[in-house]
Design a protein around this ligand. Sequence first.
Ligand code: AMP
Ligand code: MN
Ligand code: MN
Ligand code: MN
Length: 288
Amino acid sequence: MTIQYDLHSHSVASDGTLSAADLVGRARVAGVDVLALTDHDTTDGVAEARAAALRVGLILVPGVEVSVSWNGLTVHVVGLHVDPANETLERGLCGLRAFREWRAEEIGRRLEKAGVPGAHSGAKAYAQGRIIGRTHFAHYLVECGRAPSVRDVFRRYLVHNKPGYVPGQWASLEDALEWIHTAGGQAVIAHPARYRVTATKLGRLIGEFRECGGVGIEVVSGSHSPADVQRIGAVARSTGLLASRGSDYHGPENPWVELGRLSGLPADLPAVWDSDPWRAAQTRWRAA
Ligand code: AMP
Ligand code: MN
Ligand code: MN
Ligand code: MN
């Protein structure tokens, strides 16, 4: 039987809606054998996920999804097998979380000016004292009837040229990869088909990513269409990046992304889990 890998998922430690333990339980029931918890800019949920994984017989990969600014673009880089106790990584992520706190206040001020009061405290209530992001604002604005769905809130309020948009100043690509590598991890470009870039610019991003030691790219993602899988599969083939597969699951409210439903990787592509660094990291993590 083939092992089912899902190397991208979220819990309440960032903008997911399931606890880390419930996420792991649901993944196991859905047939996932190896799950990476990759919350935005935090490894807070990893200990809980790991304990739950031991109980239900699933292999948990400790991970993180780092927010990066690259040439005016926000890019997400997934770190797999990062040691949550690593101080360099933690210091770096701590800086990103401080920016998130300030940005959340600024989003609140801008929405207030646009006639939407109370959004900062509303979003904070959804974040429950953990990391805060635009998704928490979206949940609150749906709750007060400003839009019918999270997607609509993003479209109307939270993206470029909309009243609640605040440009991000996230980590540089170099720094993000240095933190991931110092913490023993492998770096993977998340959901590449989501970035609004030309093939040339994506090629430049990948070139710099590889120069910094990045090894993988998500070919199969919950947000990729079959055509995206083909296109990014070809990119992986031509650049030599290892292929990864992750749902980017955020919780049962998003019915269009479910655990255990991803298609397989194109058969000829070398997978990130078939590499020596992956096997070495698995051995280290099991012994830790
Ligand atoms: P942030 O890192 O706080 O800027 O928020 C980014 C997160 O918002 C992503 O990881 C998604 O979970 C969510 N997101 C971004 N764009 C959309 C969208 N158009 N519709 C729904 N959720 C979105
Ligand atoms: Mn998210
Ligand atoms: Mn992402
Ligand atoms: Mn994600």
